[in-house]
Design a protein around this ligand. Structure first.
Ligand code: ZN
Length: 300
């Protein structure tokens, strides 16, 4: 485990090059309107921390506010109106415990002790604005990832947390963010590979075949085409798999083949699947070498 833990939020933020600046574009009236609208889509849930028993308000998105626009090929859902992923992590400001909300109350006694011993003494406290943006979301997903690492959580938890972090970086749409996205996708893949063989399905609502597809797709996105083709082919030839998942696997398989022959000249399919990485990504080695915050935690 990497013991270099960042609880200074400035260094946690600057570590991965997230901008701390607020967006000054657009006029104040529009910003206020958007804020007002966003607030109307949120409500507070009273949560009792399983570690320190502090009761706090967790900001939650009203389910009626979910507006799905489309889905990327690795299951990342694009939303309009408000982004529910931003509010997926709950943080107890009293003790520093953080987790994705579906895991928040599932701590065992030994895990509670670990948070108390290793997180709480270093926790400095943090206040967040009422409305979260992508940078806040990234910070909160990192805090929850840190907690998962400290409590030796299952590989699937760390993997899904890393996947969501990768998606948040995807939203930033900068060259630097793309590199970091790839790093978290790689870690998500490592974790899912472990989880696939040792954990019981479903995992985060995904059955065995969905996880197989996701492993195939993360292999594709991280430049491991050969591995990817093996997973996709298995899905396509397994009788029990639903047609829509088979179709996705076929589309991605086609995309790999097409990239192999045409060197990926932005095909329409590539554009719709947010394919940013070609099969033989030249700077992949460079990316993985650049080890940053939490980069080694899946190594045994
Ligand atoms: Zn707490």
């Amino acid at each position: 485990m990497d013991n270099k833990i960042f609880f200074d939020h400035d260094s946690l933020i600057s570590d991965d090059g997230i901008s701390n600046k607020t967006d000054n574009s657009g006029n104040e009236t529009i910003k206020e309107e958007i804020e007002k609208k966003s607030k109307s889509l949120l409500y507070s849930t009273k949560v009792t921390c399983p570690v320190c028993e502090n009761v706090f308000n967790a900001t939650t998105v009203k389910s009626s506010a979910y507006r799905m626009i489309n889905k990327d090929s690795d299951f990342f859902i694009r939303y309009s109106l408000i982004n529910p992923y931003f509010y997926d992590v709950w943080v107890c400001n009293s003790c520093g415990y953080a987790a994705m909300k579906s895991d928040f109350n599932t701590l065992r006694k030994t895990e509670i002790d670990l948070v108390y011993k290793l997180i709480t003494p270093k926790w400095r406290g943090r206040t967040y604005p009422e409305i979260y943006d992508v940078n806040t979301a990234i910070e909160r997903y990192k805090l929850s990832l840190l907690n998962y690492i400290i409590i030796n959580a299952k590989a699937s938890k760390k993997a899904i947390n890393c996947l969501k972090l990768a998606w948040m970086y995807r939203l930033l749409e900068t060259e630097n963010a793309k590199e970091i996205e790839l790093r978290y996708l790689t870690q998500a893949l490592d974790g899912l590979n472990d989880a696939y063989y040792v954990e019981a399905f479903p995992l985060y609502g995904m059955n065995k075949y969905s996880i197989m597809y996701l492993i195939g797709e993360l292999n594709r996105r991280t430049g491991h085409s050969d591995q990817s083709l093996i997973w996709f082919s298995t899905i396509i030839t397994t009788p029990d798999v639903k047609d829509n998942l088979k179709k996705l696997a076929r589309d991605m398989k086609y995309l790999i083949k097409e990239e192999g022959t045409t060197n990926a000249k932005s095909s329409s399919l590539a554009a719709t699947t947010n394919n940013k990485f070609s099969a033989n990504k030249p700077d992949e080695e460079n990316t993985t070498k650049k080890s940053g915050f939490l980069s080694k935690f899946f190594k045994h």
